[in-house]
Design a protein around this ligand. Structure first.
Ligand SMILES: [Zn+2]
Length: 504
């Protein structure tokens, strides 16, 4: 059976989702979970984009054990050098070089002729090959590139030393018949003495990202790129979990296999959703909360008699309902550490000590600490570490007939406590007005969402907010989880305000 390699770009293309910013610790956490999930190649970032991106790629390159680690580079020497520096310690490094080949991109974005583009591919792929054993080349906007020129560009990259050709549907324009056809024709027409791996990279602008990726596989692609939960620029990338399950459930049809550990799927999805702040829609294929819920009487009756009547995927296959024993007040350090390990966390001593302290504080208020509670607790801890201003205290004075008042204190980067007080027509508005005063910012609150993190009467509240910076039109997100709704609301707002302050 043909093996399909999974190439995950959650940390690069996925991070291009508006308002999504992972810090280095979060990126490492996601990388380690992706390794557990069975990903073959991880695109850890775009090393030249920023010092933070470089640091994250370097850290992931050093910590990952089985995955190939790749970094993105434009057709520029400085990009390739920077990627080399970031990746050189990886067990299996790979570089991903790209250059646009469609007429509209060459004419308006690059202002380069076809000959100049071919010359640049030749020069930079050769240069990349002098530093890397594995070079992947992407003709950006390939699906809108004139077919003859696409073949020329790909052949040039192969002649210069690329052994992996990625064919991106950059703007989500293609459809399965057309996209599959591109692979078929490229594979039939390229000349190479070495084996070339073809890779798909699709966007979901027309809702066809997964279908297009599968069409590529049917037509000879042995690698598929995408992001967990389909996050990414605009409508997002191919949701890798959908491809993984399609290949597994319809093995009879695709005749392909992958290294994906299916029962780690739900956990991987939850981690990315938590750290990105992008919730998974309830009806999302494979990982949505309703994906395995049967509502109509006829369906329920059928499933009770034989699950196969209406259920093509069992929830346990993807790791739903696998919540092993929850922790409680009496759980000791040992049980706590064992649980973290089970969840895929590898914490250093200081982090694990701090996490245990937070766990104990939560266990005083909540009877059962579930996996979801723990993931939220660690996400909070990681976020707070990088926050300039930390929330210290919230007080609200409530009146059923008039304005509400709030007093909020924060600790700034010099370890000084600042206090402010404002009113608002509701308690949350009063808190948010006060936080704006402390941050000296005036963003627009464009989204406020609240839900229970888990089931049960003593569930924690999870609040998600999105702030719009009126000057730059950029969005900043925050999530707060707490036993108390007002506290969770304040945490989420402080987190988003910190992002805005640091413009990240
Ligand atoms: Zn993309």
């Amino acid at each position: 059976m043909r093996k399909i390699q999974f190439f995950d770009t959650t940390l690069r293309d996925g991070e291009q989702t508006p308002g999504v910013n992972f810090n280095t610790k979060e990126k490492i956490q996601i990388a380690l979970q992706l390794e557990k999930w069975g990903v073959d190649v991880i695109e850890a970032g775009f090393p030249i984009a920023s010092p933070g991106d470089f640091e994250a790629v370097q850290n992931i390159a050093r910590q990952v054990k089985t995955m190939t680690v790749t970094g993105l580079a434009r057709c520029q020497k400085k990009d390739i050098d920077r990627a080399y520096e970031a990746l050189k310690d990886a067990v299996d490094p790979q570089i991903h070089v790209f250059l646009a080949t469609s007429d509209v991109h060459m004419q308006y974005k690059l202002k380069m002729t076809r000959d100049e583009v071919l010359a640049s591919i030749k020069e930079h792929v050769s240069y990349a090959r002098s530093l890397f054993e594995k070079v992947q080349f992407s003709p950006e906007d390939a699906s809108r590139t004139e077919k003859g020129f696409l073949l020329e560009a790909v052949q040039t990259a192969i002649d210069a030393g690329a052994t992996i050709i990625n064919v991106p549907d950059t703007v989500g324009y293609s459809n399965p018949t057309e996209y599959g056809g591109i692979f078929k024709s490229l594979i039939a027409n390229i000349r190479s003495e070495r084996e070339i791996t073809f890779s798909s990279h699709c966007h979901d602008d027309l809702g066809m990202a997964t279908a297009n990726a599968l069409a590529a596989i049917e037509n000879g692609a042995n690698r598929v790129e995408g992001a967990i939960n389909g996050i990414g620029e605009r409508a997002g990338n191919t949701a890798l979990e959908e491809v993984a399950l399609a290949l597994a459930i319809r093995k009879d049809f695709y005749q392909c296999e992958s290294a994906i550990v299916l029962n780690e799927t739900k956990r991987t999805s939850e981690l990315v959703s938590r750290l990105s702040g992008i919730p998974v829609p309830k009806n999302k294929a494979i990982v949505g909360d309703n994906a395995y819920a049967h509502e109509s009487g006829i369906h329920q009756d059928g499933v009770l008699k034989n699950p196969e009547t209406y259920e093509i995927i069992t929830p346990t296959l993807v790791g739903v309902n696998q919540n092993s024993l929850p922790l409680g007040k009496l759980s000791g350090r040992h049980a706590f550490n064992a649980k973290l390990e089970e969840l895929g966390y590898q914490l250093n001593d200081a982090d694990s000590k701090e996490a245990f302290k937070r766990f104990k504080a939560l266990a005083d208020k909540k009877k059962q600490i579930t996996d979801k509670d723990l993931v939220a607790l660690l996400a909070d801890q990681y976020r707070e570490e990088t926050e300039k201003y930390k929330l210290a205290d919230v007080q609200v004075q409530y009146s059923s007939n008039g304005y509400q008042g709030a007093i909020v204190s924060i600790i700034d980067e010099e370890d000084e406590t600042k206090v402010a007080s404002r009113i608002g027509s509701g308690s949350i508005q009063a808190i948010y007005n006060t936080i704006d005063e402390l941050f000296q910012q005036d963003p627009e609150l464009t989204e406020y969402e609240i839900q229970a993190l888990t089931g049960g009467e003593d569930a924690q509240a999870e609040v998600r907010v999105t702030l719009l910076d009126k000057e730059t039109n950029e969005e900043y997100r925050g999530i707060g989880v707490d036993f108390d709704v007002l506290q969770a609301s304040a945490k989420a707002y402080v987190q988003a305000s910190n992002h805005l302050k640091q413009k990240n």
